[in-house]
Design a protein around this ligand. Structure first.
Ligand code: MCN
Length: 792
């Protein structure tokens, strides 16, 4: 019998290629292509008064120099807002190349195309752009003050303002027995994929078509943007994502200026052109996230039950709003996690600053929201002198409440409704895993040894697998090998393995015989992309649907050949046989031949097919009436709403009594992403996510000075955690299947990152005995808090 593949920790088949240096990344392509380099603004806010390119043309090997003046009508338009929203009353987006104004350091002003990148950079260095600098707004606190404006016509810097309210919060606050106000800060940070963005474009003059590769999370999005701005039919553009060395949100196309300019130049010059982002460009001109000031006012009773939760959020959206308000709206709608407060209001302001734009970064607004909610839970427990898990349990949504509707509206205007989850069971597992009830004894022992230790906790719920749709194509070749295509792209999530597992099970073939291609718009043009932990739910169910189509067709053809009823047939290991009479069988490869008009063809399968079909008869249709030739099929999955994964983390930290160094001694995760396709991949995703969360909690932040210069724009100064800083991560799972999709899957890709700041703040607070209200926190900041505490 075919062993079921879903649910097994199959080794990732892409890894041997990737870990032996045989991955093919963007910069491995187009070695002979012309190279693009950009002159970027050195100022955070300035008017451009002149551009002198004369000297740059003196450099041998320069092929083209483009400024805004050189762009045609389509290319000169401001870039679009990818996800508009009615609350975004003052949208602003940049131009592909700045015209008269720049609003952050790193904004592209001039593009140079040359023989190679060295020449392009040398020429770019000779271009003189004259600026008149303007006052600069750095940081969300300054933006909120509105003493200065980023955009002259938005004097209060407010790009968007939104209130979501469920119930009468003011009335509930007024009659709450206890009230607390908690001010919270999360700093600006960014994802650091191993490979930056990049694009390589080849224009074919003969048939006016573009072949391009992008290190992207959304190749269909790149294709659509290029089609629109270059005025080329979609059908004449093929966009592919090669191996992509991490994306984490920053490689979602909205579109990026470079993704339009490179193919535009390739067409203009009739030569292949490539640009690969360097690390400094990634720091100053890609995208950041996370900075939010948040203020919570909470009203609760003696049991710790929340009667009213009133949250205000000031979100730093950088200089432009290509993503609309997706990040703060996720904070506002997913902050509540597993809890059901009596009433809830979240009001946010999305504010312009003269810093790099914000795009959703792994977790996207949830780390901030979870920080607010979980800090509140700990504050209530401290106020009432209760165990922190007890206060959480008191406020949990229970399994019998599912599906649970908070009464909130998600970004797309649809109600936000949880589909599944068992929060008490998850908490019980977490407490057992970390040894919650034994911690007091451990602390006592540690204190006796002169050590300070603390235990922290954080819970979250994450909407995953959002629509609108994703497609899959499955094709069985006459060799019996199965080829699967999905249009979304992979950045390291293991899709080649997971989707092969699904198709193997649905079709009844061996995992080894299934081969997956992702991110090629010609193989699957109908696709949205990889973000929002959506691939497993969306493409997973789409490839399953496609495999089902193929399976049914195979059974129809086999039934005809075996003179049996399709309902009496089964497929195992690629062989179709009559149930109970296994000798009456036909292989899938033979069925593939029978389905193919070229059945008289050349291979052994074709010979085997003659046993069933006789010799080629031009008058006999190759497939049943109504069927298309070929053993292949398409499937789509389009959900009505997101499915909600959840998890709970706990950590034990030790803080050095003298140096305030923070060490994570243990990190425990209980995670529920419904049915796991591949537990090994899920754990890898959780581990990677936690590592990224540890970076955000303890090390990483964008250090801008008051003139808008990023002071730590290199790995010399921007600290990412090494293996030495990431603890061993202990994981356990709860599988509450989603009732919303046939496979019962919920997403897993972002989960690990979401609660880490909340968990470590909780643990550090527990060790130190005073509130931790701002993250990330460094040893020197912790030391300073101790000093203030001591002198208060
Ligand atoms: N999976 C599973 N069972 C489930 C859920 C997921 O086996 N019940 C598997 C999936 O098959 C897939 C992986 O886990 O192989 C992640 O699936 P999913 O949660 O659907 O997330 P996506 O594939 O859509 O990936 C996006 C997500 C996001 S939003 C960010 S950001 C992120 C992340 O994935 N960026 C990553 N993980 C990353 N991992 C790597 N290595 N690189 C990135 O850039």
């Amino acid at each position: 019998m075919t062993t079921r593949s879903i649910g097994h920790s199959v080794q990732r088949r892409e890894d041997p290629r990737l870990v032996t240096g045989n991955g093919r990344y963007l910069d491995d392509l187009g070695r002979d292509a012309l190279a693009a380099a950009f002159v970027r603004s050195p100022h955070a806010h300035a008017t451009i008064t002149g551009i002198d390119i004369t000297d740059a043309w003196e450099v041998d090997g320069v092929e083209a120099i483009y400024t805004f003046e050189d762009l045609d009508e389509l290319m000169a338009r401001p870039l679009p807002v990818l996800i508009p929203h009615p609350a975004l009353t003052h949208p602003r987006t940049c131009l592909a190349l700045a015209d008269t104004e720049v609003n952050h350091v790193g904004e592209p002003v001039v593009m140079v195309v040359a023989r190679d990148r060295y020449v392009a950079e040398d020429a770019a260095a000779r271009i003189v752009v004259s600026y008149e600098t303007k006052p600069v707004v750095v940081g969300v606190a300054a933006a909120r003050e509105a003493a200065l404006a980023v955009h002259d016509d938005v004097p209060d810097n407010v790009a968007a303002h939104l209130i979501q309210e469920v119930g009468d919060v003011d009335a509930a606050l007024a009659c709450s027995p206890h009230r607390l106000t908690i001010p919270l800060t999360i700093e600006r940070s960014a994802c650091m994929p191993m490979e930056g963005k990049g694009v390589y474009a080849v224009w074919d003059r003969d048939d006016a078509s573009m072949r391009m590769w992008s290190s992207t999370q959304t190749s269909t999005g790149v294709r659509a943007a290029v089609a629109a701005r270059l005025g080329i039919p979609l059908a004449r553009i093929q966009c592919m994502a090669p191996d992509v060395g991490g994306g984490f949100g920053v490689k979602i196309n909205h579109p990026w200026p470079e993704e339009l300019l490179v193919p535009w130049a390739a067409r203009a010059l009739g030569r292949p052109v490539k640009w690969a982002e360097d690390r400094r460009e990634h720091f100053v001109s890609s995208a950041h996230e996370r900075q939010q000031l948040q203020e919570v006012e909470v009203g609760f009773d003696d049991d710790g039950r929340i009667l009213a939760l009133d949250v205000k959020v000031w979100h730093d959206n950088g200089a432009y709003t290509p993503y609309g308000i997706i990040v703060p709206i996720i904070t506002a709608t997913q902050l509540l996690g597993p809890y059901k407060p009596g009433t809830y209001r979240c009001e946010f302001w999305s504010l312009y600053t003269n810093t790099v734009i914000v795009t959703p970064y792994r977790g996207a607004g949830r780390p901030q929201g979870v920080f607010a909610m979980e800090r509140t839970m700990d504050a209530i427990a401290a106020f009432l002198g209760k165990d922190r898990t007890e206060v959480r349990s008191t406020n949990f949504i229970l399994p019998q409440d599912m599906p649970y509707d908070h009464g909130l509206m998600f970004q797309d205007g649809r109600p936000l409704k949880y589909d599944s989850g068992d929060f008490p069971a998850s908490l019980a597992k977490l407490k057992a895993l970390v040894g919650w009830d034994d911690f007091a004894a451990y602390r006592e022992q540690a204190e006796a040894e002169g050590r300070k230790v603390g235990l922290g906790i954080g819970c979250y719920v994450e909407g995953t697998g959002v629509g609108p749709y994703e497609g899959g194509h499955v094709h069985v070749e006459t060799s019996g090998q199965v080829f699967v295509a999905t249009g979304l792209t992979s950045q390291g999530q293991g899709h080649e393995t997971a989707f092969a597992q699904i198709v193997a099970d649905e079709l009844g073939v061996r995992f080894e015989d299934v081969h997956v291609t992702t991110g090629d718009t010609r193989r699957m043009p109908y696709a949205v992309g990889t973000f929002a932990s959506r691939a497993a739910v969306m493409s997973g169910n789409a490839v399953a649907a496609a495999a089902k189509v193929v399976r049914e067709k195979a059974l129809r053809i086999a039934a005809d050949a075996l003179e049996a009823n399709p309902d009496d047939l089964e497929i195992e290991d690629g062989v179709i046989s009559v149930k109970g009479a296994p000798d009456t069988q036909i292989s899938l490869s033979t069925v593939a031949v029978l389905s193919n008009p070229l059945r008289y063809a050349f291979d052994d399968a074709a010979k085997a097919a003659t046993q069933f079909a006789g010799t080629f008869d031009p008058d006999k249709p190759p497939v049943a009436e109504g069927d298309e030739p070929g053993l292949e099929g398409k499937g789509f999955y389009s959900p009505t709403q997101a499915t909600f994964a959840n998890g709970m983390h706990a950590a034990i930290v030790e803080t050095d009594p003298v140096t305030a160094e923070i060490r994570i001694l243990r990190y425990c995760v209980v995670h529920d992403c419904g049915v796991m396709i591949n537990p090994l991949i899920v754990e890898g995703q959780v581990h990677g996510g936690v590592a990224q969360g540890v970076g955000g909690a303890l090390y990483e932040r964008m250090a801008y000075d008051e003139s808008g210069q990023l002071l730590n724009a290199s790995f010399m100064d921007f600290l990412v955690p090494y293996a030495s800083e990431v603890p061993f991560i202990e994981t356990d799972h709860l599988e509450t299947p989603s009732p919303l999709n046939p496979l019962g899957i919920k997403g897993a890709g972002e989960a690990g990152t979401i609660p880490v700041s909340a968990v470590l703040a909780s643990a550090i607070e527990d060790a130190e005995g005073f509130p931790i209200l701002s993250m990330p926190i460094s040893p020197s900041e912790l030391w300073e808090l101790r000093r203030q505490r001591a002198s208060a």
